[in-house]
Design a protein around this ligand. Structure first.
Ligand code: UDP
Length: 322
């Protein structure tokens, strides 16, 4: 059985569904602070558990035959992490230490982990490969980097087998429309653009138009959440023969303006735009060199056209269940 920590969240819930569709037995643990109970596939076993509660973690491992862990459970608001770093270091770092403690106590030595391109910080070159120096520029990114370093130490000392997947910008929703992206508060570009198009918000604010990019707006690498889910399954299946870190992105850069144009095409409606100042800590361009994911995991993103990604997000936005 695979334990998915944080399996009621956005990427976690899509991974749970993908694992179940591919014959895995899954147990989901989530504290439901940001996760949605409705997002958890009914074929999975569900336990409400918090990483900071060592007893509930102990019970999870005592009462279930767990072969490997996929660990999504983390706070992930960059701005909040700057204002309240303690919340992030406690939950993300101490929480992961507690999880690793329970794993090792029960002899579970395999983990796939949600890391992030935010561990690289301001890019020195693009596309970003895994050799790029890691100098995160906010506490959120630092929590993820510290955890990667803990894994490397635990590998040497305790034989932990880990793969840290460094995501670029997760986007889109499940193709069947059953689960999708629902953050509160929402800060991500694509859902905010779609809400503006729907009339749920007044407009979309573009953070800066004077970046050194062709249209002056920031470029990001938007990867479909089901392609992320697929990579997690492939990573679980690779844990016997590979240990380390792997970028997950499409390798394609899309600007903020291009996202808005694509969303207008998909929805057939216009989006009201307000141009505002740059947001602190936003690099001009971030996109992945994904050669390692292709070579090591045998992974290939299925979604390479941003319109197809946005179409799945639009379908969800029109028929959200949670
Ligand atoms: N962005 C924007 N307006 C918004 C939200 C985001 O212009 O309301 C821009 C942001 O500056 C970045 C890109 O959209 O360049 C993606 O931002 P998001 O917060 O979705 O992801 P991030 O790249 O910060 O992880």
């Amino acid at each position: 059985m695979i334990l998915v920590m944080g399996g009621a969240g956005y990427i976690g819930s899509h991974t749970v569904k993908h694992l179940l569709d591919n014959g895995y037995k899954v147990i989901v643990a989530d504290n439901l602070i940001y996760g949605h109970r409705e997002a958890v596939d009914e074929r999975a076993k569900f336990v409400c558990a918090d990483l900071l509660d060592k007893d509930s973690l102990d019970n999870l491992f005592k009462n279930n035959q767990i072969a490997a862990v996929v660990h999504f459970a983390a706070f992930a608001y960059v701005g909040e992490s700057v204002e309240n770093p303690e919340k992030y270091y406690y939950n993300n770092v101490i929480g992961t230490l507690n999880l690793l403690h329970a794993m090792l106590t029960y002899g579970v030595k395999k983990i796939v982990f949600s890391s992030t391109c935010a561990t690289y910080g301001e890019p020195q070159y693009t596309p970003i490969d895994e050799q790029h120096p890691q100098n995160p520029i906010n506490p959120y990114g630092r929590t993820k980097l510290v955890i990667e370093q803990i894994f490397a130490d635990y590998e040497k000392a305790y034989g932990l087998k880990y793969i840290a997947l460094r995501y670029f910008n997760a986007a889109g929703c499940s193709a069947d429309g059953k689960i999708g992206e629902s953050h509160n508060p929402e800060t991500h570009l694509i859902p905010l653009v779609l809400k503006a198009i729907k009339g749920e918000r007044k407009d979309i604010k573009i953070f800066g138009t004077d970046y050194d990019t062709p249209d002056g707006t920031c470029i990001r690498d938007y990867i479909h959440v089901e392609d992320l889910a697929l990579a997690h399954r492939l990573a679980i299946e690779k844990l016997n023969s590979y240990c380390g870190y792997i970028n997950l992105g499409t390798g394609i850069g899309t600007s903020v303006k291009e996202i808005i144009i694509a969303a207008e095409k998909v929805s057939g409606k216009k989006c009201l735009i307000e141009y505002v100042e740059r947001r602190a800590g936003d690099p001009a361009r971030l996109f992945a060199n994904n050669t390692k994911a292709k070579e090591i995991l045998g992974w290939q993103p299925q979604y390479t056209d941003i319109k197809d990604i946005i179409q799945t997000a639009w379908n969800w936005e029109l028929n959200k269940r949670y």
